[in-house]
Design a protein around this ligand. Structure first.
Ligand code: SF4
Ligand code: SF4
Length: 204
């Protein structure tokens, strides 16, 4: 093709490309908007339950949690975000027992990988979808997750079933009254945190 031909082909290709781009723009002008006007829509904002905002330790109405201070989450955290401090106490039966003293979580270091939650054998921690975590001081990102005065939720004792009676003629096993029934799960409250900026305003 001659250079003049190449010149005009280039012009027509450019115009075609321009029209294609304009048609996409025009189409988007009339499609439904997906942009959300945050923070104006804060009251109606819907955040997915699966969104990992920050680590929390749910406590029930008796200020009890499920953390046994085993330290598995701390060992599994790849970047030292969690610090579990335990202490020894004496039980009413006179036995020494390790319990949770303080559970620290550094939100500023967390990569939200969820390894701690997955590895916890007691399901004592989980991620809340609270996302408004901006603060002016980095030290405020270090949080203590166990509440003041909280303690380990004792598991309901499981009643051991009486030995099953097997008829001598080899018939069906006779069920006894003491067979373990599934225990109802204790209600836990996932803490709903107030906006950190609001918290700072209150402190001032
Ligand atoms: S989500 Fe990952 S980085 Fe964050 S505390 Fe858990 S294990 Fe550590
Ligand atoms: S949160 Fe779970 S894994 Fe971590 S110390 Fe407590 S019981 Fe153990």
């Amino acid at each position: 093709m001659s250079s003049v031909g190449k010149y005009f082909t280039g012009i027509f290709k450019g115009i075609g490309s321009l029209l294609l781009g304009m048609s996409v723009t025009l189409k988007e002008l009339f499609t439904k908007k997906v942009t959300q006007q945050y923070p104006e829509n804060r009251a109606t904002l819907v955040i997915s339950d699966r969104f990992r905002g920050e680590l929390v330790m749910p406590h029930d109405e008796n200020n009890e949690h499920a953390c046994t201070a085993c330290g598995i989450c701390e060992m599994n955290c790849p970047n030292g975000t969690i610090t579990v401090k335990s202490k020894m106490i004496e039980t009413p039966e006179g036995k020494r027992k390790k319990v949770l003293d303080e559970y620290f979580y550094d939100l500023g270091q967390c990569t939200f990988c969820n390894l701690c939650v997955i590895s916890c054998p007691s399901h004592a921690i989980l991620f809340s979808n609270h996302f408004e975590n901006a603060v002016f001081t980095r030290s405020k990102l270090l949080e203590r997750l166990n509440h003041e005065g909280s303690k380990l939720r004792e598991k309901a004792p499981v009643k051991k079933p009486a030995p099953a009676v097997v008829p001598s003629d080899g018939g069906e096993k006779v069920k006894t009254e003491g067979e373990a029934k599934p225990q109802p799960k204790a209600e836990v409250n996932v803490p709903v945190k107030e906006n950190k900026e609001e918290k700072e305003e209150k402190e001032q």
